[in-house]
Structures are given as structure tokens and as C-alpha cells.
Design a protein around this ligand. Structure first.
Ligand code: NAI
Ligand code: MG
Length: 325
């Protein structure tokens, strides 16, 4: 059956890397693509960074492929994640042969709670010069992300670490940790809780000691970018925003205004996001083919300038597609 894919390239390099990923998907499967706009460009054109039609399309498609938004990112990606019902943000960060990384064996997967924490959007001004932010932690969301993370780790053969700061945020991260502990108990699985600041240091010093890292929202955002730095940059990190029925796939990077329009953005993060999309829709063989093509292209080149090469986005994309023929 043909899967309906909502394609939202967005701003900046989103519009450069998403077409490569679409061509890759076309080469490995049977997909019907429907395009929609979002981001700074959509705001300028339509008066809304996330037009209703775009949200509807994502809410009803089998899966969504998103590029990046610029200044309006929070107005776009947070409601889009909500539109697909996503609660888990999965961000794999692994080292690849041919790409300089801190350690050649790094293989990390951040499983980030995606709906609450300090990104719940509850900020206020008490009085001039004094503003507050409310952090939301629920038992239900904590258990849900823990269950997802433990399942993912079991399926893919990783140990589990849980990032928290319950020594300071005693009630909120305390509840988060209680939720994790309850789920681990039910499943009879082990994990290691880890203070998130110390974990940041250990991820740099001994990255191969870790596998799946289950994180509250903000910690997952920060630690996964740190991991991007360990493996060669944001041009390599894909992500999935997974819900019970639908999911949205996007590179971890943003619209990269510093290189947008130059045609040199690395398409790998978005192509690997497309591989995760294939896997989510049950096309495991297609996902594997895409990953193999990425591995070979990174190992043999051509590589884009962020990885020390001189290929264009198109050149790297063509090399990938050649390997899929
Ligand atoms: P960014 O991820 O856009 O760029 C950070 C650095 O990484 C830049 O030097 C950029 O050139 C480089 N980079 C990123 N992706 C690359 C790729 N595929 N190939 C080669 N180099 C790449 O983050 P930044 O600069 O903090 O934000 C720029 C804009 O993107 C902002 O307006 C921000 O709001 C937005 N943003 C959007 C996100 C989203 O839509 N999910 C996520 C993060 C930022
Ligand atoms: Mg981020």
C-alpha cells in the first residue's frame, strides 16, 4: 500500500536537504508525497508560521518529513509534534567510518520526553524585570517515555541511562525518576540514573559507556546536540518524533542561515531521518538500504564541507542515490 507522506521543507537549508531525502525515499519505496509550507517563509506569505492546512496534512498523513524552520521554529515544530501526537523524540548519534569523531565507536540514542518539562510553554511576567517559567512533570508522561525508552533499548540492544537533576528539582525530576523506576520494575530491566550535568562530562570522556539515554525535554535537547559535536556535527543527526499512531521525522539541525542558499548543506541528517520514517512504517529493508548507502557514502565520499569535503548537497545526494540504484 502506498504511504502518504506529508513533506514540509520549511526554511533555509530545509528546502535544500528535504528534496534529497524525498528522492531517496522514492528510490526505496512506494510513497505519495504531499507538500505544505511552514516557517518564516510561510509567516511572510500567509500570515501564519503554521497554516491550518499544514497542521491538518501532518495530522492525517501516515508520516511527516520536516526540514527546519528559522526564527519561528518554536511556533512550528512544537505544534507539529503535537499534531502527530508525538511524545517521544528519538535522536541517534553515532560515529561513522570516514568522519572524524571523538571516538569511532560512539553509538548513542537519546530518547527525549517531548511534551512537557520546561518546554511546556508556561512563562509569565510577575512584574517588570521578573519573569517565571513553570516546569510541568506528570507521572503519566514520565512512565510513557520510560516505557518507550526501555522498549527501544531492548529492541536495539542498548543499555539504558536516565538523565535527571532530582537532587535540585526534587519534586519534578523526583516524579520523573519514580515513573522510570516503576516501569523498570514492571519490566524487570536495569538502568543507571545519572545527574545530567555530570553525564554531559562523562558523555565526552567515555561516550562508548552509554547507549540509550532517556531524558526530560530540555536535557534531551542539550545532550543530543552535545553528542552531535562528538560524532561530527549536526549535519549527521536525524530524529523521530513518535506518537502512538503517527510520527514526524526531521534532522536535529535548524535552518542554518549561515550556509543557506549556498547548496552545501549536508543532507545526511535528513536522509537518515527518512530511514527512520521507513522503519516506523514497517519498511525495515528500505531503511537498511538507506543506512547502508549513507555509510558507504560517508566512508568513500563525496562529503560536504561540514565534514571536511567539498561536495555540494546535490553531489552528496547523487552519490547516495547512485548507491541505491
Ligand atoms: P542550526 O542547526 O541551524 O545551525 C548550527 C550550525 O550547524 C551552523 O553553523 C550550521 O551551518 C551548521 N549546520 C546545521 N545543519 C547543517 C547541515 N545539514 N550541513 C552543514 N552544516 C549544518 O542552529 P542555529 O544556527 O542555532 O539556528 C538557526 C535557525 O534555525 C534559528 O532561527 C533557529 O530558531 C532555527 N532552528 C530550528 C530548528 C527546527 O526547525 N527544528 C532546530 C534548531 C534551530
Ligand atoms: Mg535543539
Amino acid at each position: 500500500m502506498t504511504d502518504r507522506i506529508a513533506v514540509i521543507p520549511g526554511d533555509g537549508i530545509g528546502g535544500e536537504v528535504v528534496p534529497v531525502a524525498v528522492r531517496v525515499l522514492d528510490a526505496v519505496g512506494d510513497f505519495a508525497f504531499e507538500y505544505a509550507e511552514a516557517g518564516d517563509g510561510a509567516l511572510a506569505e500567509t500570515g501564519s508560521a503554521l497554516p491550518d492546512g499544514t497542521r491538518e496534512l501532518a495530522a492525517n498523513a501516515d508520516a511527516t518529513l520536516f526540514g527546519a524552520a528559522g526564527e519561528t521554529a518554536a511556533d512550528v515544530i512544537l505544534p507539529l509534534r503535537e499534531a502527530v501526537g508525538s511524545f517521544a523524540n528519538v535522536r541517534p548519534a553515532r560515529a561513522y567510518p570516514g568522519v572524524d569523531a571523538f571516538h569511532p565507536e560512539i553509538d548513542l540514542v537519546f530518547v527525549r520526553e517531548n511534551t512537557e518539562g520546561v518546554y511546556a510553554g508556561i512563562e509569565s511576567e510577575i512584574t517588570e524585570g521578573v519573569r517565571t517559567l513553570t516546569r510541568v512533570t506528570t507521572e503519566a508522561a514520565s512512565r510513557r517515555i520510560a516505557a518507550f525508552g526501555f522498549d527501544y533499548a531492548a529492541e536495539h540492544g542498548y543499555d539504558v541511562t536516565v538523565a535527571h537533576k532530582a537532587n535540585v528539582m526534587r519534586r519534578t525530576d523526583g516524579l520523573f525518576l519514580d515513573g522510570v523506576a516503576a516501569v523498570a520494575d514492571e519490566r524487570g530491566v536495569d538502568y543507571e540514573p545519572h545527574l545530567m550535568d555530570a553525564l554531559a562530562m562523562h558523555l565526552v570522556m567515555d561516550p562508548t559507556e552509554y547507549g540509550v539515554v532517556i531524558c526530560p525535554n530540555l536535557a534531551g535537547d542539550v545532550l543530543s546536540d552535545l553528542a552531535a559535536g562528538l560524532v561530527g556535527g549536526l549535519g549527521l543527526l536525524p530524529s523521530a518524533n513518535v506518537g502512538p499512531d503517527r510520527a514526524l521525522f526531521e534532522p536535529v539541525h535548524g535552518s542554518a542561515p549561515d550556509i543557506a542558499g549556498e547548496g552545501i548543506a549536508n543532507p545526511v541528517a535528513t536522509v537518515l531521518s527518512a530511514a527512520m520514517l521507513c522503519e516506523f512504517l514497517g519498511h525495515d529493508a528500505a531503511a537498511e538500504r538507506v543506512r547502508e548507502a549513507v555509510l558507504e557514502t560517508l566512508a568513500d565520499g563525496p562529503r560536504t564541507p561540514d565534514l571536511g569535503g567539498d561536495a555540494t548537497t546535490d553531489g552528496a545526494g547523487r552519490a547516495l542515490l547512485d548507491r541505491l540504484d
